[in-house]
Write a new protein. Structure first.
Length: 342
C-alpha cells in the first residue's frame, strides 16, 4: 500500500469512529459491576423510555361479574366440585373454602353445600389480578383477602374470583398500584400447570401478555450496588409516620442502572405512583429487587439478566435519586445489609 493509501485509511477510520456513539462501543461500568464478559452490552435500539405496555394494559378486563344470590346445593351423582362451581358461578375454590373441604375435595351424592352470595368474576386467558382490580375500581389486595389467595398468587383460567363489597359502586374510587401489587397481581392467568416461557438473554420482542415469567429456581451469586452514588435516604422510618421500604441513592443525571444480581425481568413500566419508571427483577428463592424513578429501560419482561448488566438509566431533576428495594419472601429488607460495604 502506498503512503497516501495508509494516510487515507487512518483518516477514514477516525471519521467512522467519531460517528459511533460512546454507549455503543464502551459499556458503562459502575462499582461492583460484573466483568464485561459476563454482562452483555446494552443494545442502543432497546434503550427505550418505557414504551412497553404492562401486561394488564395489553390484555384489559371487561367488568362482567355475575351476581350469585347464595343458598345451598345438593350434590348429585356425577358432580365434581369444579362442575358445581361453574354451575352456581361461585367457583370451586370458594365452595371448598365455604364448606371446609380439603384436597382432594371429595364430595358425595346427597351432600349439601353452602353457596356464598356475592359478585364473581370469571378469570379469562391472560388476565392479571391488577387488570381485574382496575376493571372494578377496587384494590387487588382486597381481592387477595376476599379469596384467601396465597403465594405465588397465580390465577387459573376459569377461576371465579369473589369481588369484595359492591364492585359497581366502588369503580369511582382511586385505583392504587404499588410494588407489592405488581409482584402479586402482575402475572397473566394461564391454564393450570401450563408451562412458562424460558427467559431469553436478548429477546427480539416482549413476552406475550398471556405468558407468565419463569422465576429462577434458586438465587445465584451475591448482590451488587445498582448504581454509583451515596445513600441519601436509608431503609426504615422517615418521620411523620412515613417508612422507606428501600433506599434512595443519589445519582448523576443519566446514570446507568445495573442489575444487582442474576435474574429475570418481571416488570418494566412507567407512571407507577411514587416510583415513576420502575423495573423489577426476580432472582429466585424469594429474592426480588426493584429499581424506581428510572428514566429509561433497556430490558423487557421475561428477559434474563446478569449481575452488573445495564438495565436502564436513572437521574432527572436537580437532585436525582434512584429508589432501590430488596424483598425476600415478599417482605422488604434493608438493602445496605445485603450489599458490599463501600
Amino acid at each position: 500500500m502506498t503512503r497516501n493509501g495508509v494516510v487515507l485509511g487512518i483518516m477514514l477510520a477516525a471519521l467512522v469512529s467519531g460517528c459511533i456513539p460512546r454507549s455503543a462501543t464502551t459499556p458503562i461500568r459502575t462499582t461492583d459491576a460484573a466483568p464485561e464478559a459476563d454482562a452483555p452490552r446494552i443494545d442502543p435500539q432497546m434503550d427505550t423510555v418505557f414504551d412497553e405496555a404492562p401486561v394488564w394494559e395489553m390484555r384489559p378486563v371487561v367488568a362482567n361479574a355475575v351476581t350469585v344470590a347464595g343458598g345451598s346445593y345438593t350434590v348429585v351423582a356425577g358432580d365434581t366440585l369444579r362442575s358445581i362451581g361453574n354451575r352456581t358461578s361461585a367457583g370451586s375454590e370458594t365452595l371448598a373454602r365455604a364448606n371446609g373441604l380439603e384436597p382432594p375435595f371429595i364430595i358425595r351424592p346427597g351432600q349439601t353445600l353452602t353457596v356464598p352470595a356475592g359478585r364473581y368474576h370469571n378469570v379469562g386467558e391472560g388476565e392479571t389480578g391488577i387488570a381485574i382490580a382496575r376493571a372494578y375500581g377496587i384494590s387487588w389486595q382486597e381481592i387477595i383477602a376476599a379469596n384467601a389467595l396465597e403465594p405465588p398468587y397465580a390465577l387459573r383460567i376459569g377461576r371465579r374470583l369473589l369481588l369484595p363489597g359492591d364492585a359497581l359502586e366502588t369503580r369511582a374510587s382511586a385505583f392504587k398500584l404499588d410494588i407489592e401489587d405488581i409482584l402479586t397481581g402482575g402475572e397473566p392467568a394461564a391454564i393450570a400447570e401450563a408451562p412458562t416461557a424460558a427467559p431469553q438473554p436478548a429477546p427480539t420482542r416482549p413476552l406475550p401478555p398471556g405468558v407468565a415469567v419463569t422465576e429462577p429456581a434458586r438465587f445465584a451469586g451475591s448482590f451488587a450496588w445498582p448504581a454509583a452514588g451515596s445513600v441519601a435516604n436509608r431503609f426504615g422510618p422517615l418521620g411523620e409516620g412515613q417508612v422507606n421500604q428501600g433506599i434512595d441513592i443519589a445519582v448523576a443525571q443519566g446514570a446507568p442502572i445495573t442489575a444487582a444480581a442474576d435474574g429475570v425481568i418481571a416488570f418494566v413500566g412507567n407512571d407507577v405512583a411514587n416510583y415513576g419508571g420502575l423495573i423489577l427483577i426476580r432472582h429466585g428463592e424469594g429474592w426480588i429487587t426493584a429499581y424506581g424513578r428510572a428514566t429509561a429501560a433497556s430490558v423487557t419482561r421475561g428477559q434474563s439478566v446478569k449481575r452488573g448488566q445495564i438495565i436502564g438509566k436513572a437521574g432527572s431533576g436537580t437532585a436525582p435519586l434512584l429508589f432501590f428495594q430488596m424483598r425476600k419472601g415478599g417482605k422488604p429488607v434493608d438493602p445496605v445489609k445485603q450489599l458490599p460495604v463501600r
